[in-house]
Design a protein around this ligand. Structure first.
Ligand code: AMP
Length: 300
């Protein structure tokens, strides 16, 4: 089944303690769509400016992603984000965010896009996420991501969105910021009280947790020794997770557990190089091979 992804399409500048890259392909919708494309057909919805190179679009199209939902606005500039990682490679500082064309994005979905049963509202303004959701026909599973900027600056709109979600994916610091609770289990409960039926909390190198009314799931990260650039780890996690659920037409907790494992593994590849460079070099087979190894690691 198909997955619709809406979110940022960006030029990222990334500084790690040992290397930097300027203006590379990034954005929440880009990482998420690419990761999901190993599993299921994906429709990307996003916006860029005139400065956007066609080769970036081609790269995504080459993986079978439907790029007809990418609007190019003449005379405008693409969203830009600059981040710097601390020596632990888990914590980062945002140095610059230029929303540019992304600030005013008003998506109009086509009929096939509206029909997608699986929807991932990747990191972007809650206003954009709501506008997208309002156009969907009868989605089976709607999950959203967000980040500190929107939690601080568009809180009311975010709460309006949360009331309409099946699930939300957050990292631990965002869950704490949103709930003002340091305890991650309590934070999970408080996020669910805001509307979503389940919450997935990502904890970087410490793995991910899932909370719903009846189930708690805890998964470790895949222990890759080669962390080059963690940018997009959260988005590729979500892409792998949603892609697996759409591929199998499922949304129950047992399937979400396997889906989170796939998300973990796609993200583990993603952090092994800058931008999409590592994911570009693998096929689905490599993810399944790592899954066999990961299952063995988890066996008690
Ligand atoms: P992640 O490392 O998974 O949190 O995602 C990083 C990606 O999110 C980068 O490619 C950025 O371009 C994008 N990004 C950063 N800030 C924002 C924002 N405020 N809204 C949407 N996307 C963002």
């Amino acid at each position: 089944m198909s997955l619709l992804v809406v979110g940022s399409v960006a030029f990222d500048s990334v500084h790690t303690p040992t290397a930097s890259r300027e203006r590379v392909l990034g954005g929440s919708a880009v990482y998420c769509s690419y990761a999901a494309s190993y599993f299921t057909p994906v429709h990307l919805v996003g916006v860029v400016g005139e400065d956007w190179p066609a080769e970036h679009t081609e790269l995504l199209r080459a993986r079978g992603i439907d790029m007809s939902g990418l609007r190019v606005i003449p005379g405008a500039e693409t969203f830009r984000w600059t981040g710097k990682y601390l020596p632990n490679m888990n914590d980062r500082e945002t140095l610059e965010v230029h929303l540019n064309v992304f600030a005013q994005f008003d998506p109009v979905l086509t009929a096939p896009q509206r029909e997608c049963p699986y929807v991932f509202l990747a990191n972007g303004s809650p206003r954009l996420q709501l506008k997208t959701l309002q156009q969907m026909r009868q989605p089976r599973l709607v999950v959203a991501d967000t980040m500190d900027l929107w939690i601080r600056e568009e809180h009311d709109e975010l709460m309006r969105l949360f009331r309409r979600l099946d699930g939300v994916v957050l990292n631990d610091s965002e869950a704490r910021l949103l709930t003002q609770d340091e305890n991650i289990v309590e934070a999970g409960r408080k996020v669910r009280a805001m509307g979503p039926k389940f919450v997935v909390i990502k904890k970087g190198e410490h793995g991910a947790m899932y909370f719903s009314e009846r189930r708690t799931i805890v998964l470790p990260a895949y222990p890759t020794p080669q962390v080059v650039d963690p940018t997009g780890a959260g988005d590729s996690f979500a892409g792998g997770m949603m892609g697996y659920l759409a591929e199998n037409g499922r949304d129950d907790p047992d399937a979400i557990k396997v889906a989170m494992a796939y998300g973990t593994l796609v993200a583990s590849f993603n952090v092994e190089d800058f931008s999409l460079d590592r994911m570009r070099r693998i096929e689905r087979r490599a993810v399944d091979d790592r899954m066999a190894e990961y299952r063995e690691m988890l066996r008690l």
